[in-house]
Design a protein around this ligand. Structure first.
Ligand SMILES: [Zn+2]
Length: 155
């Protein structure tokens, strides 16, 4: 952020560090959880949000995943809640940088494990799940006054 504090750091030699390097940040900032640190100096940050669908007066759950630069002096880990800020493109798909670690997400391990389990369940019980869905559809349509709009939502 401040270019003149460049040499006051202890061993942060990252050119693309927003604090000690020459990288300037501008644009949007987000807060999310790190779900992967497998890449070199790059993390995947994820957060959930809701989008309003005006037509149906309901909310749709959305999940955003972004790649962000992980500066040497920050070295955030899996499960960390971080603040990321937009910067110039650092690679083809990376144009955000971590500027702050806000804390650890509680129950992050459990969440990831549950997600992995869910994947396996879906693969095994695909046919059963589909039957359940069909039943739900019928019930909803019958109980609804505005039949047409409900049908569209379910589809
Ligand atoms: Zn630094």
């Amino acid at each position: 952020m401040n270019k003149k504090t460049k040499k006051s750091s202890e061993g942060c030699e990252d050119k693309n560090c927003p604090i000690h390097g020459e990288l300037s940040v501008r644009g949007r900032t987000f807060v999310g959880t790190i779900i992967s640190t497998k890449m070199h100096k790059t993390v995947v940050v994820e957060w959930l949000w809701k989008k309003k669908v005006a037509k149906y007066e309901r909310y749709e759950s959305k999940r955003t995943r972004l790649k962000a630069h992980n500066p040497q002096c920050i070295s955030a880990q899996d499960g960390d809640i971080v603040k990321i800020a937009e910067c110039r493109p650092l690679s083809k798909t990376k144009n955000f940088v971590i500027i702050e670690v806000l804390g650890k997400e509680r129950g992050f391990k459990e969440k990831i494990e549950a997600r992995e389990e869910g994947k396996f369940k879906k693969e095994g019980k695909d046919s059963e799940a589909k039957v359940d869905e069909k039943e739900d559809k019928n019930e909803e349509v019958e109980s609804s006054e505005a039949e047409k709009s409900t049908e569209k939502i379910v589809e």
